[in-house]
Design a protein around this ligand. Structure first.
Ligand SMILES: [Zn+2]
Length: 371
């Protein structure tokens, strides 16, 4: 399976300057490629391919020798990024979704460059990059599999990270338990399982939110272009990164716990949540999307299964008799007048996800045996 490994790296002033310059050159190239495609289309209705643009790189280097400072594969990868941006734009148009045209990248919006097989070398605690120099590497865990690409990223708080994207990483199966579970996500608790267990939102979200708002405010009060404002910008970015990391750790912990206890986990298909997400800020903050992605990925690694269930009205339907029991959001208890079931509202919803998921899977098995 594929897996990425991310580490903190640190370099001296000279290396950081060179890496920043590489980043800037990549950004310029990105914008150039975008401009070229836009110009050709607007004026001649001609589309330019990724291949066309890669072919032009040598002549670009001739006219602008500064691009020679950047490894060729890195430049190619920039062209590929532009192509990817266009591909996803076209596919959005095709699907009839709201389609943002690929955007020019401003200084803070372009934060990484990538190397492929060549141009870098890994020696113990050191990452050497051609034409840039050596970063000190903080190898917090071993790298596994075959390294396919190496991406150097600068965060808004001016910290540097490297991500190794690896292939052929061995999975780490967790022992089988023959248990299945359904999950309901909500705004009061982070999630509720069909066993009735509730996992609450950690308080640090709210706590961090408060200090973030304060920092954001003093940032916007400071004079534009001043060094004090820039210092505050870095502090805001650091605070954001801290919340992001805490949340991520929390998600990993919960995913691991669920996967240790269960072989199959049924979750709601999140597509119809889009409208919800606009409704409530605290709901969005919980970031289930990130959590479900982590859960899916960890399940693959653990050789367990996560099934997305196209569930609707899970809170209204009785998980015992299947009849609809109308209730509004403030009603926290499901009390069924038909079969007499009285349970927590979210537990009822989670049981519905489990039930629906199992019946759908059963139907699939049935359909495949009939063919
Ligand atoms: Zn009932």
């Amino acid at each position: 399976m594929k897996k990425s490994f991310k580490y903190y790296i640190k370099g001296n002033r000279e290396i950081v300057q060179k890496a920043s310059r590489t980043l800037e050159l990549c950004r310029i190239l990105y914008n150039l490629c975008l401009e070229q495609r836009k110009f050709a289309w607007d004026n001649y209705h001609k589309s330019i391919s990724c291949y066309d643009q890669i072919k032009e790189l040598p002549s670009l280097k001739k006219f602008f020798p500064e691009f020679k400072e950047v490894p060729s594969q890195t430049l190619q990868e920039v062209v590929e990024r532009v192509d990817k941006a266009f591909q996803s734009f076209f596919s959005r148009v095709k699907k009839g979704e709201k389609s943002g045209y690929p955007r020019f990248k401003s200084f803070n919006r372009y934060d990484s460059f990538t190397l492929k097989q060549a141009g870098w070398k890994l020696a113990c605690k050191e990452l050497r990059i051609n034409k840039i120099g050596s970063f000190k590497l903080f190898l917090s865990r071993p790298i596994e599999g075959e390294i396919k690409t190496v991406t150097i990223r600068k965060t808004l708080s001016n910290r540097w990270y490297v991500t190794f994207s690896c292939d052929k990483v061995a999975s780490k199966p967790l022992p089988k338990t023959s248990e299945s579970i359904g999950i309901d996500v909500g705004c009061l608790s982070f999630l509720t399982t069909s066993n009735g267990e509730k996992i609450s939102n950690p308080r640090f979200f709210q706590r961090a939110q408060k200090s973030l708002t304060q920092k954001q405010r003093s940032f916007s009060h400071r004079k534009k272009g001043s060094s004090r404002r820039n210092k505050m910008r870095i502090m805001v970015a650091k605070a954001h990164e801290k919340v992001f990391n805490q949340r991520r750790d929390f998600h990993f912990k919960i995913a691991r716990k669920l996967l240790q206890a269960n072989d199959t986990i049924y979750i709601e298909n999140m597509n119809h949540f889009k409208s919800y997400r606009v409704l409530n800020r605290s709901m969005r903050d919980v970031a289930w999307f990130n959590f479900f992605n982590i859960l899916l990925f960890k399940a693959e690694e653990a050789e367990k299964e996560v099934v997305k269930v196209p569930a609707r009205n899970t809170s209204q339907i009785c998980s015992s008799c299947g009849r609809t029991v109308q209730k509004d959001l403030s009603c926290r208890v499901h009390s069924c007048p038909f079969c007499g079931l009285i349970i927590d509202r979210d537990t009822n919803a989670a049981r519905n996800v489990l039930r629906l998921g199992q019946s759908l899977q059963g139907a699939e098995v049935l359909a495949s045996t009939m063919n």
